[in-house]
Design a protein around this ligand. Structure first.
Ligand code: NAD
Ligand code: UDP
Length: 307
């Protein structure tokens, strides 16, 4: 037993195909925040070969450096808006900037990534007969008129706003997934992720991230197509969030209110009944526990010690 041996998988996974047969798995956007943690988890299984495709728009090779040169790992610089020819058994399709600052930077590129990128990955899935999982988003609910949001809610989205490249883009990506499923019999899985946070460097401490990954794996291996909401129903206002940060990190900072950006949803909270019932998943980390983990990681990266 080596010290680096991974812990046994969560019980619903133990008997799944994931742990029993060799698989070649493509992760698009694998150099990003969630993707790189997913790659770590997939690589723990010695039967998996992992191919990452990324254009490094928001991701970085640094996030994958521990796997460079590993015989079961391959990294390809590629933009998913271009066709891709590889032979794989499963596709986790994550490629897309997730932060508004980045996705608004080049909105046309963002919608191309969502539409053409997803189309290409579905074309690939169809050609090789692979199962494909899309990481969609709570943004498909827009500025919701129903609270909390169940997966059956169709959303309230501005089709021509500054966020539309992302939220309408993801809505089209979901449409493409279901059309390929209905028309071509492609096996699909759709997760709708709510705002995720956590340390990027402290992989082992990133409990929020690991939870998501375990859930994505369950989703990929299970029978349910989705969409399935993945998020924390613990609700708080932005002022409460600011006050928490102030109290935990620096009681001296001032909280200032500024105008919101256009079309930013006013209130959102996932209804996670489906995730609980179908995947046995629910979030474990409360905001007040999660924030210090992120603080620690940011201090490390910014070189600001806690005094
Ligand atoms: P991220 O920005 O860290 O990762 C996205 C990755 O995709 C990056 O490595 C980037 O370089 C790559 N990429 C972007 N455009 C590409 C293209 N055209 N071709 C190839 N690679 C490309 O974001 P993340 O937080 O890890 O999000 C991953 C996925 O999860 C995204 O699909 C995002 O929409 C979804 N999601 C994230 C959150 C969240 O809170 N982080 C919430 C909902 C959904
Ligand atoms: N595609 C791809 N890799 C593949 C197969 C297809 O990138 O291995 C792309 C292909 O170039 C096309 C898209 O996926 O742009 C959709 O392919 P599909 O075969 O579904 O549709 P068609 O090519 O008939 O439009």
């Amino acid at each position: 037993q080596s010290a680096t041996k991974p812990p046994p998988p969560p019980s619903p996974l133990r008997n799944s195909k994931f742990y029993q047969s060799n698989m070649r798995i493509l992760v698009t956007g694998g150099a990003g925040f969630i993707g790189s943690h997913l790659v770590d988890r997939l690589m723990e299984n010695e039967k998996n070969e992992v191919i990452v495709v990324d254009n490094y728009f928001t991701g970085s090779k640094d996030n994958l450096k521990k796997w460079m040169g590993h015989p079961r790992f391959e990294l390809i610089r590629h933009d998913v808006t271009e066709p891709l020819l590889v032979e794989v058994d499963q596709i986790y399709h994550l490629a897309c900037p997730a932060s508004p600052i980045f996705y608004k930077h080049n909105p046309v590129k963002t919608i191309k990534t969502n539409v053409m990128g997803t189309l290409n990955m579905l074309g690939l899935a169809k050609r090789v007969g692979a199962r494909i999982l899309l990481t969609s988003t709570s943004e498909v609910y827009g500025d919701p008129l129903v609270h909390p949001q169940p997966e059956t809610y169709w959303g309230n989205v501005n089709p021509i706003g500054v966020r539309s490249c992302y939220d309408e883009g993801k809505r089209v990506a979901e449409t493409l997934m279901f059309d390929y499923h209905r028309q071509h019999g492609i096996e699909i899985r759709v997760a709708r992720i709510f705002n995720t946070y956590g340390p990027r460097m402290n992989i082992d401490d990133g409990r929020v991230v690991s939870n998501f990954i375990a859930q994505a794996l369950r989703l990929m291996e299970g029978e349910n197509t989705g969409p399935i909401n993945i998020g924390n129903p613990g609700e708080f206002t932005m002022l409460e969030l600011a006050e928490n940060v102030k109290e935990l990190i620096n009681p001296k900072v001032k909280i200032i209110s500024v105008d919101n950006t256009p079309d930013d949803p006013r209130q959102r909270k996932p209804d996670i009944t489906k995730a609980k019932e179908l995947l046995g998943w629910e979030p474990k980390v409360k905001l007040r526990e999660g924030l210090p983990l992120m603080e620690e990681d940011f201090r490390l990266r910014l070189g600001v010690p806690k005094n």
